[in-house]
Design a protein around this ligand. Structure first.
Ligand code: NDP
Length: 472
């Protein structure tokens, strides 16, 4: 039934876009809509900073958790308070740096290959993304939910029934896995940079900024692929990244059990919140094809290394914390965090559903019991064709232009709150998500203004708030 519904949505999404080849258009494809971009010197400097600092930050959190019980300031203070900072730094690195492990490397690359095989060969629905700036409407294999179920079933059966590994295997090899994942993340980044120049999948959708650093970070190719279906963006974000997310949490829960003899209710709640978010992602994978990740972002270090290292390491920080600092929540605390998390989830899902339903029915639907209010728009792709789309401006999308982010922020906050209030490190996720989503609002505004022109202005007048009504 669910599969049948998704099939219908896919077909109708295509139907809602009508295409003409008229040149009589209100606005041309702007520089801001995905094809071309002037990058300032400041942006290049910031890009360089991100390239250098992101891996260092992941390493720092690893050291802080591994050697200092996740006390964020402890490694820095140790160096700061030492009589000779350089000697102290060298000693700290010699003691705490993760080391290469052939076993962990085999584990990582077996996992990656296994996910690639599942992605390529499991039965799949075919979903469609948004029309690209060069006018492509790409098909995607949607089979993430099945891959998630199979991966977790094998992990659980191998650990609990066959004794092939301990369930804490990921936790136990965390340092070695970090090195392997970094090696792959860097390889993928440079491979995609070279591929974009030498054998691009869709040449007209490439974006050259004129800066090597910016191109490396943000990517040149929009949808790099092997063949018709092996899409780098969907695969890397979904499979090694998001399938791993829940498995890492389970492995850290198993490690907590080995360490203290039981799994705390905070760890259970954290696993529940993360699993809800992840399963929602895969259940609605077809919807994901029309989000900014797929419809806007090019594939560079930001996604290649980000999906391989940043996401699995930093999105799971709370479970690293809870292994070292078990927290037993009182029933009231548990209930409160549960309520915040699932209220956030309800908002997140309902807002995203409204957008998907209004697009898939071409605006012929009810939103909050009334006919949907929409702005009918047109936009132009680089082949000169005009396409029609629509912007919803009632329901949640009439409250603010990104009310879905409010839901996401509430879930993220709840995930962090499972760790109590003693340390800052587990709150990294909500701080990061706030920065990411605020920045995304700005990026999306620039993109949509370039894409929709006067229709976007009209939408902004109809819905003036960006995130929280009457506040921002
Ligand atoms: P949206 O799903 O809100 O997508 C924005 C796009 O939707 C716009 O570019 C535009 O694209 C279209 N759009 C904008 N306004 C309207 C409207 N009124 N009616 C119809 N379509 C509209 O944003 P994201 O892709 O950023 O986020 C998707 C979800 O993923 C969110 O819930 C977010 O919180 C979550 N998320 C989670 C992250 C994580 O790491 N955990 C990271 C980022 C996001 P177009 O018109 O071209 O289709």
């Amino acid at each position: 039934m669910a599969v049948q519904q998704r099939k219908t949505v896919v077909t109708e999404t295509i139907k809602t876009e009508t295409t003409t080849t008229t040149k009589n258009v209100d606005h041309q494809v702007g520089k801001t809509w995905g094809r071309d971009r002037d990058v300032s010197f400041g942006t290049i400097l910031i890009s360089l900073g991100i390239l250098v600092m992101s891996p260092l930050w992941v390493l720092y959190t690893y050291i802080s958790c591994n050697g200092y019980q996740c006390a964020l300031s402890a490694p820095a203070l140790e160096i700061y308070n030492a009589p000779d900072a350089l000697v102290a730094l060298k000693a700290l690195l010699a003691r705490e740096l993760p080391t290469y492990s052939p076993y962990a490397a085999r584990l990582f690359f077996t996992w990656l290959t296994f996910q690639a095989v599942l992605y390529a060969f499991l039965p799949a629905q075919i979903g469609y993304g948004q029309r690209t700036p060069a006018g492509h409407l790409l098909p995607y294999k949607v089979n993430g939910l099945l891959a998630w179920i199979i991966s977790h079933a094998i992990y659980a059966a191998g650990g609990l029934y066959f004794g092939w590994w301990k369930l804490s295997i990921i936790h136990d090899n965390w340092g070695g896995l970090l090195i392997a994942a970094n090696a792959y993340g860097y390889f993928l980044t440079f491979f995609c940079y070279i591929k974009a120049h030498l054998f691009p999948s869709h040449a007209a959708d490439r974006k050259f900024s004129g800066s090597f650093i910016y191109d490396l970070l943000m990517g040149i190719e929009f949808n790099p692929r092997f063949g018709k279906y092996f899409d780098f963006k969907l695969f890397h974000n979904g499979r090694p990244g998001i399938v791993a997310w829940t498995m890492i949490n389970l492995s850290f829960a198993a490690a907590q059990y080995q360490k203290i003899g039981y799994v705390t209710n905070s760890m259970i709640l954290l696993n529940l919140l993360h699993a809800t978010y992840v399963l929602d992602f895969f259940y609605n994978e077809d919807w994901y094809l029309r989000t900014i990740d797929i419809a806007h972002d090019h594939f560079g270090f930001y996604l290649a290394w980000g999906d391989s290292v940043w996401l699995p390491w930093l999105y799971t920080l709370q479970s690293h914390y809870l292994v070292r600092n078990p927290v037993d929540l009182t029933p009231v605390q548990f209930g409160f965090i549960f309520a915040v998390g699932f209220t956030g989830y309800f908002i997140f899902r309902s807002v995203n559903h409204q957008k998907d339903i209004v697009r898939s029915t071409n605006g012929e639907c009810m939103i909050w019991g009334k006919p949907a209010k929409v702005i009918r728009t047109s936009f132009v792709t680089s082949d000169g064709k005009t396409h029609k789309s629509l912007l919803l401006c009632s329901g949640y999308w009439g409250l603010s232009r990104h009310f879905n982010y409010v839901g996401d922020l509430l879930i993220s906050l709840a995930m962090c709150m499972t760790c109590g209030t003693k340390h800052l490190l587990p709150y990294f996720y909500i701080i990061y998500m706030t920065i990411l989503l605020l920045h995304r609002i700005q990026r999306d505004h620039t993109r949509c203004k370039g894409k929709y022109g006067k229709y976007w202005e009209e939408y902004m007048k109809a819905v003036p708030y960006k995130l929280i009504p009457y506040v921002y």
